[in-house]
Design a protein around this ligand. Structure first.
Ligand code: COS
Length: 385
């Protein structure tokens, strides 16, 4: 029984089919190689994979938020590394959705509709959790800005064609002097630095970006000078549930593979003992609860009501569930879980608790909302209601 609409179920099924055909069969190979492979984007061309997050007026499909979560969950189910590649591209688009002009949106979303990918550059060596503490600068020079600095741990950084990069236009004002810019790949002075080798999500590309006197047109500024921190925070509100969705998919996959393994290993024992039954039931309860928290957040986002707290809750809860369920799955499979490809789910889960704001930062956001809740606007009843 499902409360999803027939259209949502059809989209979910199409995403499942794509993942079964293109992602699951290659996930182990790309994970072992430990690097991004362009196969994913080639495969995604026909399905215009990013169109779901692009508004209709720019040629996209503009799926509602719950539907986007359904698709993201399937990507996470297939491979959290490849899912990360896709979700990080949508993360970069979110900044343009939040603050872009009509012309900027058209310019940024067109490559996405051709299955090129984007990257979001906020983090710096000294500015991770403290997002406003960056050192990268953007100095106005006539009709241009000149950008200098570096960014680290940037997903898709080495393979994107368009980037949203955050830089200080007024360093003296700290976070209030932060601004957001679109930067196209290939601008002189914009180079790729160290490539990171990771514990999990190994088929995604994570790099350092180096910017030395990179000149971009002033028209590439998103919003106004000094709007950067607010744009980044609104972007992350939109994007954190995507990590929640990847996490739900990842957790469900770990559980499903664990069940398959147990059934194969003990073929003459179709019903495991009650201890194991209860364990599997608890794992499914966790996954299902995480899915519902995510869908609730997406329903709020779709309704256009404030959802920062719920965005942080869903990211935290779902990623903690992915870590817990995948780790329990490895334990239940014993040495087989530890030595086979199935250990990948546990390795992939760890980053879900770290990127797009660590779960400690999410708890800070949540506790701030708990300590100073926003007033709830209750619509007045009309006569007769
Ligand atoms: N929507 C819109 N604006 C927001 C906002 C939101 N959800 N959250 C904060 N802001 C605004 C604030 O209103 C404030 O603006 P004013 O100074 O004009 O009031 C500004 O942004 C700074 O907010 P705040 O004062 O809360 O910033 P802090 O430095 O205290 O902390 C945290 C902000 C820690 C929450 C932020 O730095 C953060 O999210 N860090 C994690 C960064 C992250 O997720 N990095 C991952 C990168 S992608 S892998």
């Amino acid at each position: 029984m499902s409360v999803l609409t027939p259209e949502q179920l059809a989209i979910k099924q199409a995403a499942k089919d794509f993942v079964a055909q293109h992602i699951i069969p290659r996930a182990g190979e790309f994970d072992r190689a430990g690097e991004f492979h362009p196969y994913l984007l080639e495969a995604a061309k026909a399905s215009k994979i990013f169109a779901m997050a692009v508004p209709k007026e720019y040629g996209g499909l503009d799926y509602d938020s719950v539907t986007q979560a359904l698709v993201l969950e399937e990507w996470g189910y297939g491979c959290a590394g490849m899912g990360t590649t896709l979700a990080a591209s949508i993360l970069s688009m979110d900044s343009v959705l939040v603050a872009g002009t009509d012309e900027q949106k058209r310019r940024y979303f067109t490559p996405m509709l051709n299955t090129e990918i984007g990257a979001f550059g906020l983090t710096e060596p000294g500015a991770g959790s403290d997002a406003g503490a960056g050192k990268t600068t953007a100095v106005r020079d006539g009709d241009d800005y000149v950008i200098n600095g570096s960014k680290c741990w940037i997903t898709n950084g080495g393979v994107a064609t368009v980037y949203v990069i955050y830089a200080l236009t007024d360093p003296a004002r700290g976070a209030k002097g932060l601004s957001a810019f679109i930067i196209e790949r290939g601008r002189p002075g914009f180079t790729i630095g160290t490539v990171d080798h990771k514990l999990g999500i190994r088929s995604s590309n994570t790099v350092e970006l180096l910017l030395k006197d990179v000149r971009i047109p002033a028209a590439n500024l998103l919003g106004k000078e000094g709007d950067g921190m607010k744009i980044a925070m609104k972007t992350l509100d939109l994007a954190r549930p995507a990590i929640a969705a990847l996490s739900v998919g990842l957790a469900q996959r770990a559980l499903d593979e664990c069940v398959k393994h147990l059934q194969k290993r003990f073929p003459d024992k179709p019903q495991p003992g009650q201890t194991l039954q209860f364990k599997l039931a608890d794992m499914q309860i966790q996954v299902e609860a995480a899915r519902q928290v995510l869908h609730h957040t997406m329903a709020l986002r779709q309704a256009g009501v404030p959802f920062s707290k719920e965005s942080a809750i869903s990211k935290t809860f779902c990623s903690d569930v992915a870590m817990s369920v995948s780790s329990q799955a490895v334990s239940l499979m014993g040495s087989y879980g530890y030595t086979s490809e199935l250990g990948k789910y546990m390795r992939d889960s760890k980053i879900m608790q770290i990127y797009e704001g660590t779960n400690q930062i999410q708890r800070l956001v949540i506790s701030r909302a708990v300590l100073a809740p926003a007033p709830v606007a209750v619509p007045a009843l009309k006569a007769g209601e």
